[in-house]
Design a protein around this ligand. Sequence first.
Ligand code: FES
Length: 159
Amino acid sequence: MISDRLLAEFDSIVRNYPVRRSALIPILLTTQEHLGYLSDESIAAIARYLNLPAIDVYEVVTFYSMLRRHPVGKHHIQVCTNISCLLLGGEEIFERVSKRLGIKEGETTSDGQFSLAEVECLGACCNAPAMQVNYTYYNDLTAEKVDQILQALQKPEER
Ligand code: FES
């Protein structure tokens, strides 16, 4: 469900572009930030809002791995296993995260805290292997670094 508040944000985003459809990706990202993922209902509403066929919106949503079709955990971990990361241990990093959290590709822990995805290049090849947790990048990963990162994320938040 697209709230009035979210629609107001759409209006503000659209004003930044000379062509309405150019606002599609910012609108998708904003919707995802508010709702956690892009449901069929959201996609239909965005298509109506931008006067686009729904298939145009689906094509964009399914092309970019940063756009999600399903809910993810509070900490969404994306581990790169593309060539630079692969050569420097990306698959081992993925396995380490998977084993420590007890989840596989595309899964979320039962407490909803962590989800795991194997992704293509994160654009951090110079510091491979790399992973991203929500919007934070972690580079030059080792098994020890992964353990430290996960341990820090598992700590209860201080109030
Ligand atoms: S190949 Fe992993 S960040 Fe580019």
